[in-house]
Design a protein around this ligand. Structure first.
Ligand SMILES: [Zn+2]
Ligand SMILES: [Zn+2]
Length: 387
């Protein structure tokens, strides 16, 4: 099946830097996020598509493989897939499955081991046709506050679940497993292609050599059916943008009672209106009036927990940063917490009325050299320049 080019999906050229890919991805992810487009199926598809493209292009190794081999770099089993049921329908999770494809489970062996590891083992499948379910990916957008303090989320995913009618076995009551007649129970069929004879996995029994004489009517013998499933997730405090959480056994149900795959939840943290995050520290800029900066006083500043009072010393210059210790983001899996850095920006008053203007002019007349420390040191440094 034709797949769209990943660079095109992310609306970038093939030569852009990783940063630009990230930027474009974020922009598109925000635009097409399901939260922003409720009920819009096209946007949802698009959102998944850009997630898949980013998964590959954001990783230097995968991107290099994609540049050389295209989508084929991430196809599994040398084209052995797709022969079975369910082919023909585009599945937005497909790329993800391939990237995290079930390769015997455990060990974290990703596509790269598979792809560069030489001989490709076909999908391991036991005699009874059991097969581990695919891993799934879910992209979740959360707020900075949720990332900072952690939160509980419940998501709904439509995925293959164990069939309730046959308890995942794929067989009607009283049915038996019999030898597959297409391959004579060998699990492989021989096809001639010109001079070559090619041994291929049998499409009917999917290599197991056995079929059920009366498959379950509800699931067509697959042992699993598509169903919406609600999954509870615990987002840990301090999680970073782009982190991937693994929800064990919440992926696709296995084929004919095989073990389920895992669900990977990729976290996207929404940009905050006020705070910028760098690791566990937060930064923000707060305007302060000319008079508070001059005379000193209290200034309200935002924190993740709400407003706080900052003591502003008299004579504070614009751009001065104040550290609010421990008001940043908790570090993941440790008791420590980052700081909040507040930068004060002194505001120049505008739209003065006649009275205000007169008072300020009078004030200016009273100003001496000692009242302008920055200007004094500037003139000191620049005196050679001006002379
Ligand atoms: Zn069934
Ligand atoms: Zn067969």
């Amino acid at each position: 099946m034709a797949q769209r080019d990943y660079y095109e999906i992310l609306e970038v050229t093939r030569t852009v830097s990783g940063d630009e890919i990230k930027k474009s991805y974020r922009k598109l992810a925000v635009k097409y996020h399901p939260d922003k487009n409720p009920g819009d199926h096209t946007a949802e598809e698009k959102f998944k598509e850009i997630g898949s493209a980013y998964e590959v292009l954001s990783d230097a190794e995968k991107r290099a493989a994609y540049d050389r081999f295209g989508h084929a770099a991430f196809a599994q089993g040398g084209g052995a897939r797709g022969g079975g049921a369910g082919g023909g329908m585009h599945d937005p999770f497909d790329i993800f499955r391939e990237v995290f494809g079930a390769n015997g489970g455990g060990g974290g062996g990703g596509i790269f081991e598979q792809f560069f590891g030489g001989a490709q083992a076909a999908q391991p499948q036991s005699r009874d046709g059991k097969q581990r379910g695919s891993d799934l990916r879910y992209d979740m957008q959360i707020r900075l506050e949720e990332a900072a303090f952690g939160c509980d989320k419940e998501i709904e995913v439509s995925k293959l679940e164990g069939c309730a009618d046959c308890q995942g076995s794929g067989a009607e009551k009283g049915a038996h497993a019999v030898s597959c007649r297409d391959c004579g129970g060998r699990g492989q069929v021989i096809n001639s292609r010109g001079f070559f004879q090619v041994s291929q996995t049998c499409a009917r029994c999917r290599g197991s050599g056995m079929v059920i004489d009366r498959p379950c009517r509800k699931c067509n013998g697959e042992g699993r059916t598509e169903a919406p499933t609600r999954i509870k997730l615990k987002i840990p405090a301090g999680i970073e943008d782009g982190s991937r959480l693994r929800s064990m056994r919440n992926g696709e149900a296995g084929l004919r009672g095989g073990p389920p795959g895992d669900l990977y939840v990729v976290i996207h943290i929404k940009e905050h209106e006020v705070f910028e995050r760098e690791d566990s520290n937060l930064f923000c800029e707060v305007p302060v009036s000319f008079s508070i900066a001059t005379l000193g006083g209290e200034q309200q500043v935002p924190t993740l927990e709400g407003q706080a009072q900052l003591k502003v010393p008299a004579g504070t210059q614009s751009g001065t940063a104040f550290k609010l210790r421990g008001k940043g983001i908790p570090a993941l899996n440790s008791g420590t917490r980052g700081d909040l850095i507040v930068r004060l920006i002194v505001e120049v008053p505008t739209k003065l009325n006649a009275d205000q203007r007169a008072k300020l002019a009078e004030f200016a007349g009273l100003m001496g050299e000692e009242n302008s420390p920055l200007n004094r040191s500037f003139l000191e440094k620049a005196k050679d320049f001006f002379s």
